[in-house]
Design a protein around this ligand. Sequence first.
Ligand code: PLP
Length: 389
Amino acid sequence: MKLAERMSRIGTESAFEVLARARALEAQGKSIIHLEIGQPDFPTPLHVKEAGKRAIDEGWTGYGPTAGFPEFRDAIADYISRTRNITVSGSNVCVVPGGKPIMYFLMTALLEAGDEVIYPNPGFPIYESLVDFLGAVRVPMPLIEERGFSFDLDVLERSLSPKTKLVILNSPGNPTGGVIPKADLKRIADMLRGRDVVILSDEIYSRIYYEEEPESITQFEGMLEKTVILDGFSKTYSMTGWRLGYGVMPQWLATAVERLMVNSNSCTASFTQRAGLAALQGPQDCVDQMVTEFRRRRDAIVAGLNGIPGFRCSTPAGAFYAFPNVTGTGLSSKALEDLLMTEAGVSCLSGSAFGSYGDGYLRFSYANSLENIEEALTRIRKVSSRWAK
Ligand code: PLP
């Protein structure tokens, strides 16, 4: 008996594999500093946890409506309308278990074999994995370090074809921390306005930024009608394990995503939606405090990485990743990832895990304490004699 052929085409998210390797080394007694996994190291805010617990006690433990509870969908629509300066309603919202399922459902609903998908590279590995899985065609868009890890817009324009069906944007971005400038978004909107394409705007890091507030392409004329906003609770409210996210999209796509939900998850857990409602409607100082702390760590890790021979790290404008260029070490990213894990006890990810244009970079998640970040930098500096002449 064999698996279906399509399973040979699906990729993975190597952060989980590297984490498993790090844990195995820890089990053997080795000290490892975890800078690989992309989840905030803060607890879920107290009022959100309390709302979740209360919801269980109150009996929010049965099936709910497939696309989410109406009150919750309305609250999300209100939040998105307010923060993106657009007007959407609860019927545009599909609540799903985490942000990731929006990628899976949308791309499954939309893509036929041979359809072209433009996506950022280096980028979240699941974009590329799903393009391959569905038999669509990869059109990777290199992110340019000198442009704060945004696209070269001329390359984007030349890459559009009659077969382009989906364009994926991610700002603030994983793994680079880059934020797409408003002027770029406007030009992208101008390019896409007259085309029959859908945009997936992955805005999961929308609240984690250090300079100007990230903008959504949906604010530009004609874009709301062709865009799916992906957002959720994992990063903003430190709720990765609750599995709670959503997509905001035109009605015809919402209907398709709902159909795929019926055929898979049935619905998102009911009590987590109550916790999500409390997160949206409760005090927001927990988010501000988290971002303030991330900023301190960002400044420390960027300064520290720039002091390591062969490393050059630009300052990320959002998310919680540093993405240094390590070509100056003369080692491949993968070799460095291995060396740092085994020799320094620092777990990070090779940029190549995010696509071929990520080669020559490493990704460090600074969702760890300042103390651990300083210790990791000390350890890396110590082993840097291995490549520094
Ligand atoms: N989009 C990006 C760019 C991410 O980095 C992640 C998680 O790492 C997600 C989406 C998925 O988030 P969730 O854990 O809510 O599924």
